[in-house]
Design a protein around this ligand. Structure first.
Ligand code: ADP
Ligand code: SF4
Length: 715
């Protein structure tokens, strides 16, 4: 099937310097939490993107030298020949599907850690380290600048040997070349500081050096933050950001532009930004250059994408998160299946994976990060291995995903849901301020279930143990979810608090069920993800006086992992919510709640009309207990398995993954369901990575011609 003519423009080839992209879908660099320690996982992930139709597939940040070491986060390295060998897997996996492979060469300057290598941090001018840690960066002298230029050239040559087609000069996200650009961080008085012309010098030299090194066969891309959102003291899209593009307009082969004082600005969650949110900042770039331009903006709608191209905003549709949520997005558009796109919900759980130094995970796509270690393909599942019939109880994210994946495998499935509406927690949570896009978790699955003839859905069907057993199925999957606790037990309070039963002490479940709320409202958050802050905001917007109290020093602390915490706290303060930080709830009676300071134990109190407890959750396993009591261990009874929040309350992403895993593993031999682990290998030791040692690069055959390499092999 051919694509809708409206979208044909997205499938035009685009020339980038000496190479040509087969279409306009460009997977921009994004972190994976895998990095140099998980090369097979990384190769498989990128290979799947290429298979899904992304015309350009980029790596994550790839260090050019040990003085740029982001350990323990997942970053790539091109420091030596072992790295060339590892990254050749990625380039090969991308080429296997006819796409171009791009590598984001990176030096972090003062914006990294060097915890592993213990090299000194480098910066244009002496300054404290950007990550809060003792110590700082030293100002680069002339020799350092020469070294840096050499490292970039050497890494570019290695990148070409590994098989990459596009090599980046990375001047974004506050990393070293950007630190030279910005007046905030560049206080030099030599020819690399002062005027903008001087501050641009290093980036210009980098591009020219990289072109000289590999420009005959590789395109040289620049990734530039055109606005660092620091106001007039920094780079702005109306000021020096624009001037930089003007000065270098025709020098690189491609411009990859974004906003970024930090990663949180560039990959803003849907709670704080909408599709295409960067256009106001980056829209000017195409008017200043004839070179192709790419940018991002959480694009998931092919209409918006085609519109971006037609209006001349950019030449490529850049995507990181949309390509994670649906690696097959381009192919679905090409085949006229745009209704099947699994749209990113903008929750930033993918960012959390990198911030926690573990492989990528995604709320919408349970297969991401599992391509190599579990062999999961986003579009393919093994056919059923039996005629077993399965009952799934509960149509929240876990139950919906489980039923859908079982259906795709060909199993006969009954999906029973107590409520008249489907979606479980997602349907409730998507009503919170800014979280409307989260409903896509439900809507995508409900839509795809309409295509599964063997899955029957029964809303309004609360099942008891007898009902379940009367259905005579072979497997029962319980996805009955969880409830918020009423006893105060949360992340920091381990012993239950003796609250009186009172209509003024509520949980989030009560609020969603429509319980009366009387002000003033105290929201006590000892869960620390989105619920406390989002509920407080909802109640404030409803006109109540609201105070949020939390035992930690910041609100919604875990949203630091999703790069949202700053925006959450700012938002709560701006709508007029009072904050009481570092205080634990000790008692609540007669409209008075007492709190103890987390450090001194000193007691303070607040009056409340309503106290909302956002603490722990308890699995809803009454049906499981009843079934176990009825069936004992009799062999004629069905297997009973809990998934999602009913097994262990967690994120929506974990619920989806849990449902998916059950469906993938049903009837599979146990050993086939165990994930592989990547192991450290013995280095060839061919080239030590001593910081200042310059060793000529040996010539090895291009990875493109290394036919013996398997694109997705696991050896
Ligand atoms: P998860 O995140 O694990 O998918 P949710 O809480 O979102 O969990 O969804 C659980 C769903 O299970 C809810 O929609 C709830 O109404 C439903 N449910 C709970 N108990 C029963 C039952 N006995 N019969 C049918 N549905 C049930
Ligand atoms: Fe999008 Fe959330 Fe998946 Fe990230 S985790 S790609 S933000 S759906």
């Amino acid at each position: 099937m051919r694509c809708n003519p409206r979208y044909e423009i997205l499938f035009e080839p685009v020339r980038i310097g000496p190479v040509t992209a087969p279409n306009r879908f460009y997977q921009t660099p994004h972190a994976t939490g895998m990095g140099h320690q998980k090369p097979q996982s990384g190769a498989a992930l990128r290979g799947i993107k290429a298979e899904g139709g992304w015309g350009v597939v980029s790596t994550e940040y790839c260090s050019i030298h040990p003085s740029s070491d982001d350990s323990p986060f997942g970053f790539l390295t091109l420091w030596d020949e072992d790295d060339v060998r590892d990254l050749a897997r990625t380039a090969d996996a991308i080429h296997a599907h006819g796409s171009l492979a791009a590598v984001e060469l990176w030096h972090g300057g003062a914006h990294t850690n060097n915890r592993l290598t213990r090299e000194q941090l480098l910066a244009p001018s002496a300054q404290p380290a950007k990550f809060v840690q003792p110590g700082g960066a030293r100002a680069m002298d002339r020799q350092d600048i020469n070294d840096f230029r050499r490292w970039q050239r050497q890494a570019a040559i290695r990148a070409r040997r590994a098989g990459f087609d596009i090599v980046y000069c990375y001047a974004g996200h506050d990393y070293l070349p950007f630190q030279f650009l910005s007046r905030r961080t560049n206080r030099r008085t030599d020819e690399y500081g002062g005027t903008l012309e001087n501050r641009v010098r290093l980036l210009r030299e980098m591009i020219e050096d990289t072109k000289e090194a590999v420009g005959d066969s590789c395109a040289v891309a620049v990734r530039l933050a055109v606005d660092e959102l620091h106001g007039p003291h920094g780079i702005t899209h109306e000021g020096e950001g624009r001037d930089v593009v003007e000065m270098l307009a025709e020098v690189p082969d491609l411009w990859d532009v974004n906003i970024a004082g930090s990663l949180g600005n560039d990959s803003k969650s849907s709670r704080f930004s909408s599709e295409g949110f960067q256009e106001d900042y980056v829209g000017f770039v195409k008017r200043l250059t004839t070179k192709p331009v790419v940018s991002v903006g959480r694009f998931t709608s092919p209409d918006t994408m085609a519109d971006q191209i037609r209006r001349g905003v950019q030449d490529f549709i850049g995507a990181a998160r949309p390509s994670i949520a649906d690696p097959f997005l381009p192919k679905k558009v090409f085949e006229g299946r745009e209704d099947e796109i699994r749209e990113c919900i903008g929750c930033n759980i993918c960012r959390a994976a990198n911030n926690e130094s573990v492989p990528l995970r995604c709320t919408q796509n349970p297969t991401v990060g599992e391509e190599w270690r579990r062999g999961w393909h986003p579009e393919q599942v093994d056919a059923k291995r039996s005629e077993a019939r399965v009952l799934v109880v509960g149509a929240g994210p876990a139950g919906l995903e489980c039923a859908l994946t079982l259906g795709r495998r060909g199993y006969g499935v009954m999906l029973a849901e107590a409520a008249n509406t489907l979606g479980g927690r997602v349907s409730r949570e998507a009503t919170l301020p800014g979280l409307g896009a989260w409903a896509r978790v439900r809507d995508h699955r409900l839509h795809m279930l309409t295509k599964q003839a063997r899955v029957e859905i029964y809303p309004g069907s609360r099942l008891g143990a007898e009902d379940v057993l009367s259905l005579g199925v072979d497997h029962v999957v319980l996805a009955t979810g969880s409830s918020w606790r009423r006893d105060g037990v949360g992340a920091s309070i381990e012993m239950p608090v003796d609250f009186p039963a009172s209509p003024s002490i509520l949980t989030p479940d009560d609020i969603f069920a429509g319980a009366a709320v009387i002000g003033p409202v105290l929201v006590y958050d000892d869960e620390h993800y989105f619920m406390g802050g989002a509920l407080a905001e909802k109640l404030r917007l409803a006109g109540h006086k609201v105070t949020i109290v939390t035992p930690l020093p910041v609100v919604s602390s875990w949203t630091q992992m999703t790069d949202e915490q700053f925006f959450v706290q700012k938002q709560l303060m701006e709508v007029g919510i009072d904050l009481l930080l570092s205080h634990s709830l000790t008692s609540a009676t007669d409209g008075i709640a007492e709190f103890a300071c987390a450090y001194t134990g000193r007691v303070t109190w607040r009056e409340f009309g309503t106290l909302v407890l956002v603490t722990g959750r308890i699995a809803d396993q009454a049906l499981f207990d009843a079934l176990c009591a009825t069936t004992g261990s009799g062999e004629s009874f069905p297997s009973i398995t809990r998934i999602g929040d009913c097994l262990a309350p967690s994120s929506i992403a974990d619920a989806v993954h849990s449902g998916h895993k059950f469906a993938r593993c049903l009837d599979q031999p146990t050993e086939a369901t165990m994930p592989l682990r990547e192991r450290p290998f013995y280095s060839t030791g061919a080239k030590p990575w001593n910081a200042l040692q310059h060793v000529a690069d040996p010539v090895v055959p291009s990875a493109k011609s290394a036919a013996s390499r398997s694109a997705l092999g696991n050896s």
